[in-house]
Design a protein around this ligand. Structure first.
Ligand SMILES: NC(=O)c1ccc[n+]([C@@H]2O[C@H](COP(=O)([O-])OP(=O)(O)OC[C@H]3O[C@@H](n4cnc5c(N)ncnc54)[C@H](O)[C@@H]3O)[C@@H](O)[C@H]2O)c1
Length: 327
């Protein structure tokens, strides 16, 4: 298939592009590099530097050849920032996505795979969460993801666009030469590993009075290679199903304290940690029930263990302490 990957110079889009190429698909990466890196785009993909808000640039690329599918990763991702600067998130994640969907439909692209998030759910007590659990984003970021899921639903219903919305839990881990390089970094595993590298003094644990066994938040960490295989299955699965919403997680939760402790074991560094006040909008436990994609498409995560996930991330951070920017 010919696949247009918006946001393919980022952490998850880059690895999915590499796996698409391995599976024999042709890929065009379309990314403004507002957050991504040219070096994160795998060899073998065509690269176009442009913004999804730029309809003319989208038309030029989508009209230049016949694409079978769009995979859409391009978005701002920091939930905390979305509560300080909602306009930036509505503009980039909602207006940008709507511009991309409209362009895709105009150019007769039949399949659309969207990066959604566990952030669409109500910060619930349900463990694990199924796709039918109540929606109720706790922040603007989650709201933007849900708005696009709803937009896709109507394009499907009215215009027949075939789509999959993939609700990732905590994307994590790395593969040789490709890992997490967000700026600012807000994810716990890279933050902890940056302390191990001596780039930060300590890691903050936001709240230790949650309703969990050790009082710290529990999350479901899913390796980016497992996310990538789910994308390829979802893309192919759209031949049979015209609409799909799937959770992507391992169904196993680890607390923040467990993440820090495992990182200490993996790195051999006694990573200092300090308890800080809770952050607004953090739920006690977010763990996925991913049985729907397992049953529908036979998805089987290969790297479910937290230690393996952190070890792969450590290899990336140790060998690329400044990410894609060299030393
Ligand atoms: N990382 C996670 O744990 C996680 C969890 C749930 C959902 N997601 C979603 O997955 C997707 C990818 O996340 P990531 O961690 O790889 O983020 P990332 O920041 O590494 O990648 C996003 C990419 O999109 C590009 N981009 C952003 N806005 C753009 C625009 N207007 N035009 C063109 N390119 C643009 C950036 O330059 C970057 O390369 C996002 O949609 C995110 O919301 C991520």
């Amino acid at each position: 298939m010919k696949v247009f990957v918006a946001g393919g110079a980022g952490y998850i889009g880059g690895i999915v592009t590499a796996e698409l190429l391995k599976a024999g698909h042709h890929v065009t990466v379309y990314d403004s590099l507002v957050k991504g890196f040219r070096q994160a785009v795998p060899e073998g993909a065509r690269f176009v530097q442009a913004d999804i808000l730029d309809r003319e640039a989208l038309d030029a690329v989508l009209g230049s050849e016949s694409y079978d599918a769009v995979m859409h990763f391009a978005a701002f991702i920091e939930a905390g920032r979305s509560m300080r600067d909602p306009g930036a998130f509505f503009r980039n994640n909602v207006t940008g996505s709507m511009t991309l969907i409209e362009a895709a439909v105009t150019h007769n692209v039949e399949r659309f795979v969207f990066s959604s998030s566990a952030g669409v759910y109500n910060a619930v007590k349900h463990v694990p969460l199924t796709e039918d659990d109540p929606i109720g984003p706790a922040n603007v970021y989650g709201e933007t993801k849900y708005m696009i899921e709803e937009t896709l639903k109507w394009y499907h219903e009215i215009l027949g666009l075939r789509y999959a919305a993939l609700r990732y839990f905590n994307a994590s881990g790395a593969v040789p030469g490709h890992g997490e390089a967000h700026d600012p970094e807000t994810h716990i595993i890279p933050l902890v590993l940056q302390v191990a590298l001596g780039q930060r003094e300590k890691v903050f644990i936001y709240g230790d009075d949650y309703a969990t066994p050790d009082g710290t938040c529990i999350r479901d960490y899913v390796h980016i290679l497992d996310l990538a295989s789910a994308h390829i299955l979802a893309l192919e699965g759209l031949a049979e199903r015209s609409q799909a919403i799937y959770n992507l997680g391992n169904g196993a939760g680890y607390s923040v304290k467990e993440v820090v402790e495992t990182a200490r074991e993996v790195t051999g560094v006694d990573i200092p940690a300090e308890i800080a006040p809770r952050r607004y909008g953090d739920g006690d436990i977010l763990v996925a029930d991913a049985s729907r994609i397992r049953q529908d498409l036979g998805w089987e995560p290969q790297i479910p263990d937290l230690r393996d996930i952190i070890a792969s991330a450590w290899e990336w951070h140790r060998t690329h302490p400044y990410g894609y920017n060299g030393s």
